[in-house]
Design a protein around this ligand. Structure first.
Ligand code: SF4
Ligand code: SF4
Ligand code: SF4
Length: 306
């Protein structure tokens, strides 16, 4: 499905280009300016001022009151024994054996992977498919927005999201998530989180342009020896039809707590409805047939023969 078709299908006759986020985690410094800007612009309440013990991550994940979440992943690389390169190798004296291998403690360098996570504004958004009130809707920009004044708190969207993004607030059950700052987009401004990011880790713009930029960036990183660099959520033919918010990661998605192969949870709904319809038709046919047969005169009894 083209980006334009997405907005046309949602009832927007003259849509602007679809917009989104390209989050380049290789330049994220973990400052959390994006989390703070999101909270401030959207007047989101605090979500528990506790120490999690998980590195510098105290928000721990996306939720009803955390629409941006900066993950800190601490990785310990395996220590390599010192290599002889660059050293003068003296010839062994007669009778001297090879030196014993240098023992290592196993502990290597520590590296932090930092990544600012957000709603993916999926092309095929299951949260939107299951919402019975129209609280979740597709905007003219191709983004997915939830309206707090229409949400009835049924919670259907929560298990439908393949990324675990959307959540209900405990006190009234209404669901909340990132709106990609719909109010700011309407006024021609970029989202607050992208504006606040000092390193341009969060890049906002037309999705097609972002995909081109991301492809160049991942090539550049791989050519300079960053083997783990990869894109996530950029493929338009993946299980959710591609994300409106996609990422450049430095390791496997599971390391960042992202599903490696997300699939829209409502994918099988049309087939299920088709099967349910066929079953209902056969049942109705059986009942009708039984009524017709019960209205027929009884079959004549055969005389007993002696
Ligand atoms: S990530 Fe989840 S909440 Fe966001 S659009 Fe996709 S299905 Fe909906
Ligand atoms: S786009 Fe707006 S609502 Fe979404 S995470 Fe960024 S600041 Fe928050
Ligand atoms: S503002 Fe930018 S650099 Fe700072 S944590 Fe967020 S994404 Fe990373």
């Amino acid at each position: 499905m083209t980006n334009r078709q997405l907005a046309l299908d949602a009832g927007h006759p003259e849509p602007p280009p679809r917009v989104g986020f390209f989050t380049d985690t290789s330049v994220c410094i973990g400052c959390k300016a994006c989390e703070v800007a999101c909270k401030e612009w959207n007047a989101i309440p605090e979500d528990g001022l506790t120490l999690s013990g998980m590195s510098y991550d105290n928000t721990q994940g996306l939720g009803a009151s955390t629409w941006r979440h900066v993950a800190f992943i601490e990785q310990q690389t395996q220590q390599q024994p010192p290599t002889p390169e660059g050293r003068t190798q003296l010839p062994l004296l007669a009778g001297e054996s090879e030196a014993a291998p240098v023992e290592t403690t196993g502990a290597g360098e520590l590296r932090w992977l930092m990544s600012s996570d957000v709603c993916k504004h999926c092309t095929h958004a299951a949260c939107l498919d299951v919402c019975p009130t129209g609280s979740l809707f597709r905007t003219e920009f191709g983004t997915v927005v939830v309206q707090e004044d229409i949400c009835n708190g049924c919670g259907y969207c929560v298990p439908a999201c393949p990324y675990g993004v959307i959540e209900q607030r405990p006190h009234d059950g209404r669901a909340f998530k990132c709106t990609m700052c719909y109010d700011r987009l309407g006024a021609g401004q970029e989202p607050a989180c992208a504006k606040a990011c000092p390193t341009e880790s969060i890049q906002f713009g037309p999705l097609d342009e972002l995909r081109e930029r991301a492809a160049l960036r991942v090539d550049q990183l791989q050519e300079s020896g960053v083997e783990g660099a990869r894109l996530y959520g950029h493929e338009p033919d993946d299980g959710v039809g591609g994300d409106g918010a996609f990422f450049l990661l430095l390791d496997r998605p599971e390391v960042y707590g992202l599903p490696p192969d997300p699939v829209v949870t409502t994918r099988d709904l049309p087939t299920m409805w088709k099967h349910a319809g066929a079953a209902a038709l056969s049942l109705a046919g059986g009942i009708a047939l039984s009524f017709v047969l019960s209205g027929l005169p009884p079959l004549p009894r055969r005389k007993a023969t002696r």
